[in-house]
Structures are given as C-alpha cells and as structure tokens.
Design a protein around this ligand. Structure first.
Ligand SMILES: N[C@@H](CCC(=O)N[C@@H](CS)C(=O)NCC(=O)O)C(=O)O
Length: 234
C-alpha cells in the first residue's frame, strides 16, 4: 500500500527554501511525529491566492485527500483523530488542554517578546514584491514602524529571556516540555526556534541555558529534520 501523502502549504521567503512560519513548523513537526509522508508547497505573501481554495487567510493549510484543514492546533487535533494508530501528539484530553495552554502562551507572551528581535530579519529575507505588504500589515498590527518595534534590542533580548523563565524552570526538571519525549507542546514552542533559524543567526538564548539544551535536542530530533532545513547554523 502506498504511504499516505499529505500536502502542506508552507510560507516561504524570497528563497523558497527558507520556511519561516512558526505555525507551519508546528504542522511539519506534528506530521513527522505521526510518521506521515507529506509534501510542502511554498507560498509567499505575494502568492497567497494559492490558499484561496481553503477559504482561510493563513498558513498552514493541510490537504489530506478530499479534506482541507486549517489552523495549526486544529490540524494537530485532526491528525490524532484521523491517525489514532500512529504515535499520539497529545495523549489524553487533559494533555490536550495543557498543550493548548502552552500553545497560547507561546503565540502571545513568548512571541510578542521574541518578534522585535527578528522582525527586521524577516523583512530582509522577503522578496521585493512582498516588502510593502509585510511592512503595512505589521506596522498596523504593532502600531509603530518596524524599526521602532525592533529598537532597543539589548533590553528586549533581556526581557525575552525573562519571559522564558517558566519554560527554563520546567526544562531544568525534565528533558522535554511533554516529559521524557517530545510531543505537540514541544513542537508549539520549538516551532519559533525552527522558523527563526531560517532567517537569522540569532540563537536567542545563552549556551548554558536549559532552554538552549532543549532547543538543541529538538533540532536533532527526527534525524535532524529541523537542523537540515535551509537556514543559519543551529
Ligand atoms: N492561528 C493560526 C496562525 C497562522 C498564521 O498567523 N500564519 C501566518 C504565517 S506565520 C500567515 O499565514 N500570515 C499570512 C499573512 O500575514 O497574510 C494558526 O495557528 O495556524
């Protein structure tokens, strides 16, 4: 029987191999965890009409045969429900609730502290035709220019590292967020490190930090899947 083949629409920079969407990284890592074969189709801000068929404005968009699934957390839930015979991404329903908290923490508190540190790196890696869209939409979101948002980077890096304290404390006790082995909560957070590596050499954490040790474990997971993607040195 042929392996299941799923299709993922994945955000790319000017260089189509640089995949910088953390939410798409969550889905790629979830698919690897399930052991499902998949192909990615690069989508840039300027070619977003490629996902018009989904009726949804953001990637990831996953196509599984006749089904189209959107929103990274919903995709992970879908994969566990549809492929229950493969390794679970969550475990039981209580673990889903906890993973949802981790997901929300990472895409609010953590990313708002992290984004000023790499927003200009995104900008510098985009295709010329995507620059105006990115600047306009993000400046509207931030309520200031990209340059203002990215200013005071030394102070902002220190603040970001303080925001990581709950993660640091957890990873001082156990190798992964999910315990002895990584699962979806790990992918939710690590996705931001995997995605930023495609556009910046900044590692965001100090070498001795427990978060860095976990980050390196995650990069080497799945035979170095994330480490082998196009990007700066791990
Ligand atoms: N809540 C969504 C967030 C997805 C998202 O924000 N994707 C961004 C890329 S990282 C996107 O597609 N942006 C399109 C745009 O800004 O036009 C999820 O979890 O899937």
């Amino acid at each position: 029987m042929p392996e299941t083949e799923l299709i993922l629409y994945d955000l790319c920079a000017a260089d189509q191999d640089r995949r910088f969407s953390p939410y798409c990284w969550r889905t790629k890592l979830a698919l690897k965890h399930k052991g499902l074969a998949f192909e990615t189709i690069p989508v840039s801000f300027g070619t977003k009409e490629l996902i018009d068929f989904s009726g949804h404005p953001t990637v990831p968009v996953l196509v599984d045969g006749s089904k189209t699934i959107v929103e990274s957390f919903d995709i992970a839930r879908y994969l566990d429900a549809t492929y229950p015979e493969r390794p679970t991404l969550f475990g039981d329903e209580k673990a889903v609730a906890l993973a949802r908290f981790v997901s929300t923490w990472s895409e609010t508190s953590m990313v708002f502290a992290m984004l000023p540190l790499y927003v200009m790196d995104i900008y510098e890696h985009l295709a010329p035709e995507d620059l105006a869209y990115f600047r306009e939409t993000r400046e509207q979101r931030f309520g200031m220019t990209l340059e203002q948002f990215a200013s005071d980077s030394v102070e902002k890096l220190a603040r970001y590292r303080r925001v990581l304290q709950p993660l640091r404390a957890l990873l001082s006790h156990q190798p992964f967020i999910s315990g002895e082995a990584p699962a979806y909560a790990d992918y939710c957070v690590f996705a931001f490190f995997a995605s930023t590596r495609s556009i910046t050499s900044c590692k965001f954490v100090e070498d001795a930090d427990a978060v860095n040790h976990w980050r390196l474990r995650m990069f080497s997971h799945f035979d170095g899947y994330a480490a082998n993607a196009t990007g700066y040195p791990v």
